[in-house]
Design a protein around this ligand. Sequence first.
Ligand code: FES
Ligand code: FE2
Length: 423
Amino acid sequence: MAKIDLDLDAIEALNREILRAMSYEKSRSGPPEDFLELPDIPSGRYVDEDFWAAEWQAVWKKSWFYACHSDQLPEAGSYLLWQNTGSPILILRGEDLQIRAFYNTCRHRGAPLVMDDAGNTRGLVCSYHGWTYNLEGELLNMRDKRDFVNVDMSCKSLVPVRCEMFGNWVFVSEDPEAEPLMDYLGPMATQLMQFQPDRLRYVDHHGFDVKCNIKVLMDAFLETYHVKSIHQHTVDRFIDSRGTAIQLWDQGHSIMCTPNRREGWRDPGTIGLQHMDTVTDVPRVHNLSFNIFPNFVSPPHAAGIPVLTFWPKGMNEMRVESHWFAPDWGDGEMPNQDVWNTRIANWDRILFEDTQFAEHIQKSVQSPGFKGISLSYQERRLYHWHEEVDRRIRKHVANPPEHLMLDPAMERWRSAQKREGMT
Ligand code: FES
Ligand SMILES: [Fe+2]
């Protein structure tokens, strides 16, 4: 990964802004005077086939995505077959221990090189006609090479997929023209550095399918307006959602930070666990949540980080994956396994609360009763996310579905705020 240092000045500057904004949010009696009325988000963005095709092409085939942790590829030849953006992608650690990604597609007639979701191999042998590749994706041997006319084996390496690291996290993009990962992450990388991404260890990941358009569920993780209802007996007992501060960044990224109800409250699920000493006061005391556009959602904690990723499986179906990472515990087995098991089980309960309505909302979305989405000031982060979808559609799609594109109201508001030095 490109080396980036811990920039405490930048982190503390954001912390000061978050503290100011949380105090403002708690005290206000309405939206800020200069806030613009947000137009409704049209229902067609959730059900229209043309919009879905444009979104798929511009967002889900073009962005950078968290794929896995380097601990999941422990040695030369370790691989994962990763298919979350539709294509079969082989993520593989080479002899030089570098992690690379390729399409799992033999250059002869397209047969797969690996069939298992994960494993370890000394080389790649196609099961169809026996072409062999090394761990760096180069073609080594073709059966009956004498029968191929003028073949140049050096032009028949596996087709690479963009693959870059942020610390121990492996990101992939199917867009050969995508900017370098660090440019994509921008200030998000600066802020995440306090959580030691280059030392985090892999703990667990698991997932489940939900029958809804991916935006039905993404929307739920971009606001705290729902906390008082669906997390009434859990999260709402501890956090004060009326004080949620929001920062909207370029590329569709954003963060929010919610104060605790009681000063000095600490998550009991983290007691006894190792804490990272580089985490600064605001995320140590309050509740920060990151969204790396489009589908990476994480409320990081000094005692370890959960990450949610969301994957479309078509227009009306999706998958949620939940990943956990712990501070580096050194040699041997991870300590406090029981505490971690409880922590992950509690997290899954909250996740159930968040996802419980999704399939019902999907039925509504497909009915004449759904006329679109009306958003309040405190839900502005959703509008920002949807605007980024549109920016990418305009960049990558020849004929954007104009009738379903948004008026970029948040972009105008952000520009005005920047002129006034507010962000
Ligand atoms: S498809 Fe792989 S060797 Fe023929
Ligand atoms: Fe929630």
